[in-house]
Design a protein around this ligand. Structure first.
Ligand code: CTP
Ligand code: MG
Length: 393
């Protein structure tokens, strides 16, 4: 199926009721900005081809940076400047939609907990009926009161709904409603449609799809996120490799060329450290070993810089939804002395694993001249890794 629906996410408000000195949509909800959670929910949905994110003019660059930092697919996102009222922001987004978009879903940037089912329900109902909004039935008894707080009457809650977003509408209908409404005030899209006589269907929303408006909403949202976040899962892996010294080759360890009279023999650059790390990573994901993926018999790996193999292995790790929590590497080497080279090795290995330097520990030891490494016949290396399920934090 080719996605033809687009989302407009108005997030250009100032969040006065929240009382922060920055707009509430940039506040971190359990480590991730509210707006990023919202945009991510729409990019995840198979109906959605594009998201237009509307923010205050001075937040454009920050919004773009955050989308990138949190790994969202920015090729499917357009960030633009909003207007004074929510409807002005939506109108700005609407102007940027391609003609190929059939359904527009407008969704408040401040509703980060929208679930996939609600998005899909709204989109499909709009395809059938023209316009649909998520809403939940009113639960409490409703009272009408004077400004002084004196009850005037009880309102029958039968047939009363609390409107949420998404509000999904055929693009041309929404455009028509905006054109005809002119400058009249409207707090949501449905009210614009009602005004021009376009019928709007209600679809089931969700209690959790709350609009974060006041500080107490934030606390509730934090609890909901905690409840919905699966506990991280972990995988452990171990790798071991050994290579023999030969004359006439550079010595490459952990991606660093180290001055020494001899280098290591091998089909690739014989970087025993990077190989042990690759094997630990492959071991952790249950995907055999480096020789299985990049065999000696393949001429394209002849003399290859092993950090490029590490980068390929990391892709396999990421494809399984995992990332490297930390690695601990022990090089067994009588000579040369490695201490001075360890910081650069850590940097190169960390870069290859897309992680921070402090997640990769490298240490070196001699074997007090015992055994094949002690006799300087070669170098060996052990690596252990811990992988964890990837989050966007
Ligand atoms: N919004 C917008 N442009 C505006 C005003 C609001 O895009 N000129 C967006 C908000 O950023 C929010 C959504 O519309 O995602 C719903 O508005 P609301 O919850 O009222 O947010 P704010 O207007 O920012 O908050 P407040 O009313 O407390 O100032
Ligand atoms: Mg507002």
């Amino acid at each position: 199926m080719h996605a033809t629906a687009a989302a407009i996410i108005p997030a250009a408000g100032s969040g006065t009721r929240m009382g922060f000195d920055y707009p509430k949509q940039f506040h971190l909800l359990n480590g991730i900005p509210i707006l990023i959670r919202t945009v991510d929910a729409f990019l995840e949905n198979p109906e959605i081809c594009r998201c237009i994110v509307v923010v205050p003019v001075e937040w454009i660059d920050t919004a773009k940076d955050l989308l990138k930092q949190h790994g969202l697919n920015i090729s499917r996102v357009t960030v633009c400047t909003g207007g004074r009222r929510r409807q002005d922001s939506v109108r700005a987004g609407l102007a940027l939609l391609e003609q190929t978009v059939d359904i527009v879903l407008v969704h408040d940037g401040a509703r980060p907990l929208v679930d996939q089912e609600t998005i899909t329900r709204c989109c499909q109902a709009a395809r059938t009926s023209g316009a649909a909004i998520a809403a939940i039935p009113v639960k409490d008894t409703l009272k009408k009161a004077t400004e002084a707080g004196q009850i005037l009457s009880t309102i029958d809650r039968q047939g009363l709904w609390q409107a949420q977003t998404p509000q999904a509408i055929r693009r041309l209908l929404l455009q028509k409603a905006y054109d005809e409404a002119g400058d009249a005030d409207a707090t949501d899209e449905a009210s614009l449609l009602e005004r021009v006589g376009i019928p709007v269907t209600i679809v089931e929303g969700s209690e959790s799809n709350l609009k974060i408006t006041r500080p107490e909403d934030l606390r509730l949202a934090e609890l909901i996120v905690q409840r919905n976040t699966p506990p991280p899962s972990f995988r452990i892996g171990h790798g071991f490799d050994a290579h023999r010294f030969i004359d006439g080759r550079p010595l490459v360890l952990g991606g660093v060329t180290i001055p020494h009279a001899m280098g290591l023999a091998g089909h690739s650059d014989a970087d025993v450290v990077t190989h042990a790390l690759c094997d630990a990573l492959l071991g952790a994901i249950g995907a055999r070993d480096i020789g299985f993926h990049y065999p000696d018999s393949d001429a394209s790996f002849s003399g290859v810089y092993s950090i490029t193999l590490l980068e390929k292995v990391l892709q396999l790790v990421k494809q399984r939804g995992l990332c490297l929590a930390n690695a601990d590497i022990t090089i067994i080497c009588q000579a040369p002395r490695l201490a001075a080279h360890i910081p650069v090795m850590r940097e190169k290995l960390a870069k290859g694993c897309q992680t921070d330097t402090d997640a990769i520990n490298v240490k070196a030891t001699t074997t007090e001249r015992m055994g094949y490494t002690g006799r300087e016949e070669g170098i060996s290396c052990h690596a252990v890794v811990l992988l964890q399920t990837r989050s966007r934090e």
